[in-house]
Design a protein around this ligand. Sequence first.
Ligand SMILES: [Zn+2]
Ligand SMILES: [Zn+2]
Ligand SMILES: [Zn+2]
Ligand SMILES: [Zn+2]
Ligand SMILES: [Zn+2]
Ligand SMILES: [Zn+2]
Ligand SMILES: [Zn+2]
Length: 330
Amino acid sequence: MAYPEEQGGVPCGFLRQNSGNSVSLDFEPHTEYRFVEQLEERYKCASCHSVLHNPHQTGCGHRFCQHCILALRELDAVPLCPVDKEVIKSHEVFKDNCCKREVLNLYVYCKNAPGCNAKIILGRYQDHLQQCLFQAVQCSNESCRQPVLRKDLKEHVSADCQFREEKCLYCKKEVVVINLQNHEENVCPEYPVPCPNKCVQMIPRNEVDKHLAVCPEAEQDCPFKHYGCPVKGKPSNLKQHEHSALRDHMLLILEKNFRLEEQISDLYKSLERKESKIQQLAETVKKFEKEFKQFTQLFGKNGNFLSNIQLFWKGRRTNTTPTLIFIKHS
Ligand SMILES: [Zn+2]
Ligand SMILES: [Zn+2]
Ligand SMILES: [Zn+2]
Ligand SMILES: [Zn+2]
Ligand SMILES: [Zn+2]
Ligand SMILES: [Zn+2]
Ligand SMILES: [Zn+2]
């Protein structure tokens, strides 16, 4: 057997453990353990009947877990031993380190049996679980709640975990696997989607608009839309429409033509009005030019215009008859 066989032979179990590392040994109380050998009564607490945790012995010779004896004292000012109803006097209670050492050296099976077949001393049980390959551990991907055995963790993280990242086959971006389907169906710009016009082609999502411009099934406007034809259709249907709607298209063109002619005639009229106005203005200008010429000629004969004006005003002030003659031109 992998563990020393001297149960009860040496009372304090010194052979199983040197006292140096006994400090670090401990186990979780309130846990079911499967002992390799049936648990002797003397290792059971007189109160909770589980394996003794930090055993304390009373004056009456019974053993209790530390927390059990504390609980008894808390419950009652004068605590009684549940086995023999003796009063438990605190000064008679002592820490039973000898028993503690023996308990810590009892062999138990790993709880992950039969996967793990380790037999471990109780004091090293927690240490074992920290390394036990069959212990369920938390996946390293934070959102993943799936319990994974330690031995499977590497494989799980790299190949199974729903929260691992994988390259999208289409856009090559890293996507969390659990979102991959949604990414492909709704987000991925490179994911091939069917043509919205249901032509046979599959087109990357971000190229759908480009495709629609050339899609054989895309509806296009009739080439006579500009003339008012509202018909839309696939290229093949439009060809047919152009053929059958020849008369309608001609009428549309005629109507448009008629309206254009009307517009042109309106423009002509407006142009004529403007021309005659220009004519009038030109005549007025001509008249003014003529008058101005006469005016300068007249004043040219009589010398400098300004000096003549001064002369005029001087004459008025001295009451002499001005030599200047004003001619009112007709
Ligand atoms: Zn107890
Ligand atoms: Zn007792
Ligand atoms: Zn194990
Ligand atoms: Zn995971
Ligand atoms: Zn993608
Ligand atoms: Zn198409
Ligand atoms: Zn048309």
